[in-house]
Design a protein around this ligand. Structure first.
Ligand SMILES: [Zn+2]
Length: 394
């Protein structure tokens, strides 16, 4: 009985501390009296929790606030520089890494091209990016608190990468390898889930209850937010909508199926059609972007077809989820100007008016950083949970 009571007391304390911390984080600078008023917690409890947060360096005191007479109150604010975190977007042909403070504010960003998709080569390039970001981190009480990696593949609840078709990886434990190397907690998450979370927290999905993030890079992944929470499915691998069939007898896909959406509506599809059209001897996304700006008619035509093919997949997603917003992210998002009209036209033609009116198409607000920032926020949340100043899943 006594141990049950102790456990429940410590849970109440953790909840109170989390509430006080969250209030300071979102509403600071704020005084103790204001926190008490905001949260309904009594002043003594607020005072105790604030002392613990100050001791842990999460909260600092600054100057004095306004007073309606009498002694001016001391104001409290969240100290984001108490530690730093690293987020990595591991693409099929690039690595993008960010270093942020614990408020999620960007300190440094690095992008490199991947030399090959062979696992050992990728791991060594990944380690080099992480080391270089670590070296850029300013001195802080907690140092680097975690590293998050967003990967284009299915990830199980223990962070094992089960299958990444475009990298041709099966059953690899990247988390273990990096933890052994850096001795820092590592989170591995599907890139589209990370992007969906990033946009929900900081970007185009803010305050949107039901949102589907469509990550269009070499392949297509989707991250589903229902009631502001990431929906991961019963074994963590939902959202593989890049592999739903849009052509029953279509091309063979690296996933084993055929006619998958991503074969017609991704960066891979765009590059393949550019090659077929013999647009240049060597084409990449940057080249096509420049040509589109120059209004090269062949390139505009390819982008038009790409937009239509993206639209066809979005029709299926909207019919399934009835989301408030669909966010198109990752590298194809920068072609918004040329693909938005064909996308909208396909939606107009193929959706019922009730679906059409209720879903807005947006492009990523965080641009190419949504995946890295999203997975980074998971590691920050894990750190605060470990220090008992945050509850549940962020
Ligand atoms: Zn497929």
């Amino acid at each position: 009985m006594r141990s049950q009571q102790t456990a429940s007391n410590s849970l109440v304390k953790q909840i109170n501390k989390s509430i006080v911390f969250e209030t300071i984080k979102t509403k600071g600078p704020i005084s103790r009296a204001q926190i008490s008023k905001e949260t309904g917690l009594n002043k003594a409890t607020v005072s105790t929790m604030v002392s613990e947060l100050i001791k842990a360096s999460f909260v600092q005191e600054i100057g004095e606030g306004k007073s309606s007479g009498g002694r001016k109150p001391v104001m409290l604010y969240f100290n984001p520089h108490v530690g730093y975190s690293i987020g990595i977007d591991l693409g099929v042909n690039y690595i993008l890494g960010v270093l942020t403070d614990l408020g999620g504010n960007m300190v440094e960003e690095i992008t490199i091209k991947l030399e090959s998709t062979e696992f050992t080569v990728v791991v060594s390039q990944l380690q080099a990016v992480i080391e270089s970001l670590m070296n850029k981190a300013p001195e802080s009480p907690y140092g680097i608190v975690g590293i998050g990696i967003g990967v284009p593949g299915q990830v199980d609840p223990h962070d094992t990468i089960l299958f990444a078709p475009n990298l041709q990886w099966k059953n690899v434990n990247l988390k273990q390898i990096l933890e052994n190397r850096f001795h820092i907690p590592i989170v591995v998450e599907n890139e589209a889930n990370a992007g969906a979370h990033g946009e929900q927290l900081y970007g185009a999905g803010k305050n949107i209850k039901n949102q589907v993030y469509v990550s269009i890079g070499i392949g297509i992944g989707t991250g589903i937010i229902i009631n502001h929470q990431l929906y991961k499915g019963s074994s963590g691998i939902s959202g593989e909508m890049g592999h739903f069939t849009i052509d029953a007898n279509g091309q063979k896909c690296s996933c084993g199926s055929q006619g998958c959406w991503e074969l017609y509506a991704s960066e891979k599809a765009l590059l393949a059609s550019a090659e077929k059209e013999k647009i240049a001897t060597s084409v990449d996304l940057d080249f096509l972007y420049e040509e589109a700006k120059e209004e090269n008619p062949k390139v505009l035509n390819l982008l038009h077809t790409l937009g239509e093919n993206i639209g066809i997949g979005l029709v299926n997603i909207i019919n399934t989820f009835n989301p408030g917003v669909i966010i198109i992210g990752n590298r194809i998002a920068k072609f918004e100007h040329w693909i938005i009209n064909p996308i909208q036209r396909i939606l107009d033609e193929r959706l019922s008016i009730y679906h059409r009116e209720n879903t807005e198409i947006r492009f990523s607000a965080l641009g190419i950083d949504s995946i890295a920032l999203g997975v980074n926020s998971f590691t920050i949340a894990n750190f605060f949970r470990k220090h008992k100043v945050q509850m549940g899943v962020e």
